[in-house]
Design a protein around this ligand. Structure first.
Ligand code: SF4
Ligand code: SF4
Length: 434
């Protein structure tokens, strides 16, 4: 028997939180028990078995103590391979019908490309791609389509609708579940689309607000007299009332944080029975450099919860079992011009593409995709890190951007790593309301 290399001890008030990152199990212990645990690190778990057999059993059952011959790093590698490389029961297709947008937000990381639009020829190749995936992936159970961009609803009738209808027909014939998501500014959604959303099994809309009404309308506006906040909020309520899930991202900066609770009032008309369809999350825009806003955002999150909304602050990472789609083999991001990528958080330039969609609907991948799929477990500090099974060096994009040097997504700061664990525990103990 030996203690797991993925055990962590984090102070929690007067007590200590023991956390095993491989089994994802917690034990909150009194100081005396924590001392026994610390002693077991030096003297071996067998000593603990004699002194406190019950605690020993709990540790064993929750993976804090493992067999001597267990190669835990190998287990993490196997898990990662199962999820990212071998799981052929799901295919995730992200589609950018355009790189254009009806707004021009100052922080947007994508450069809008006016007149960019998927051509009829590329739409045909896209349909053939769906058909070819369905025809070749024998174990396929779920096909995810995510509409991204640019603003996808600029081309709802001309691109989204025909592709969705095609996907519904071909997938239902093979008994494969379709699941659709949209990342949209929400402005162009219409009530007449609701029925089609249900037909194409829309699982989620990700819609963003840039602050309260006043702030949002200075960032996202139609013209000098018309903002977009009221229409977007109305559409969020419309979707929820039609039992369609919305992830409402509220972007914050130091300057807009103080007035964000105004939004509670505007979401207030949503009847309690529909609130479970909305999840509110808070995101610092990447240009904001102030690192000390966490407490204020946490208070704000509490205000939304007290008002009866399901809100979450601080993501709970799980980069092995729930890795980013871009880390997975059976995923592609197809741009309006047929260029193929994996990650959606960087630019879609021709130089960084990882493949091309040909006219037969087949993706011709270049060397970049295999480099991405092979980039994990190369960073030495991660191999010795006690939170490797939940962090794994961040996503594949982080790993690629740091290839060849030792790095840590938490700057090798043990306090930040401890905060990840505490955040997980708090999330477990205080799940979002509704
Ligand atoms: S930056 Fe990382 S997490 Fe974000 S989409 Fe790209 S690979 Fe995924
Ligand atoms: S990036 Fe840092 S926290 Fe994450 S696994 Fe590697 S060393 Fe650990």
């Amino acid at each position: 028997m030996k203690l797991s290399k993925y055990n962590n001890q984090v102070p929690y008030g007067e007590k200590t939180l023991l956390y095993n990152a491989y089994t994802d199990k917690f034990i909150l212990v009194e100081p005396l028990i924590n001392d026994l645990f610390t002693a077991a690190k030096n003297e071996g778990p067998e000593a603990l078995q004699e002194i406190h057999p019950t605690f020993f059993e709990v540790l064993k059952n929750r993976g804090f103590i493992v067999d001597h011959q267990t190669d835990e790093l190998e287990l993490v590698k196997l898990k990662r391979a199962q999820v990212d490389l071998e799981d052929d029961t799901e295919y995730k297709l992200i589609i950018n019908p355009t790189m254009n947008c009806n707004f021009k937000c100052w922080y947007c990381y994508e450069s809008h490309i006016k007149d960019s639009k998927m051509t009829a020829e590329t739409i045909e190749s896209l349909k053939k791609h769906i058909s070819s995936v369905v025809g070749t992936m024998e174990n396929l159970k779920t096909f995810h389509i995510s509409w991204f961009g640019g603003e996808p609803f600029l081309f709802y009738e001309k691109i989204i609708k025909p592709v969705s209808e095609y996907a519904v027909a071909i997938l239902s014939a093979r008994n494969i579940t379709l699941s659709t998501t949209y990342t949209t500014n929400g402005f162009l959604i219409k009530e007449t689309m609701i029925e089609e959303f249900h037909k194409s099994r829309v699982r989620n809309f990700q819609i963003t607000l840039d602050g309260n009404k006043e702030m949002h309308d200075t960032v996202r506006f139609v013209n000098s007299k018309k903002g977009s906040y009221d229409d977007i909020v109305a559409n969020v309520l419309l979707l929820c009332r039609n039992e369609l899930n919305v992830s409402l991202r509220i972007n914050y900066t130091k300057s807009n944080l103080t007035n964000l609770d105004d939004i509670i009032e505007h979401l207030g008309p949503l009847e309690p029975e529909f609130r479970k369809y909305m999840t509110i999350t808070f995101h610092k825009v990447w240009q904001e450099t102030d690192k000390n806003l966490g407490e204020k955002v946490s208070e704000l999150n509490q205000k939304f919860r007290t008002a009866g909304f399901r809100s979450i602050y601080g993501g709970v990472i799980n980069n092995v079992r729930r890795s980013c789609y871009a880390d997975r083999r059976y995923q592609a991001t197809i741009n309006y011009n047929g260029d193929v990528f994996k990650c959606t958080a960087r630019n879609f330039s021709a130089e960084s593409k990882e493949g091309s969609l040909n006219t037969n609907g087949v993706i011709e991948w270049n060397h970049k995709r295999e480099e991405r799929l092979d980039v994990k477990f190369k960073n030495k500090p991660c191999l010795e890190c006690p939170i490797l099974p939940i962090c794994n060096g961040g996503c594949s994009q982080k790993a690629l951007e740091n290839a060849g040097k030792d790095y840590c997504v938490y700057n090798f700061d043990n306090n930040l790593k401890a905060a990840v664990i505490l955040n997980k525990y708090d999330f477990l103990m205080n799940p979002p309301l509704v």
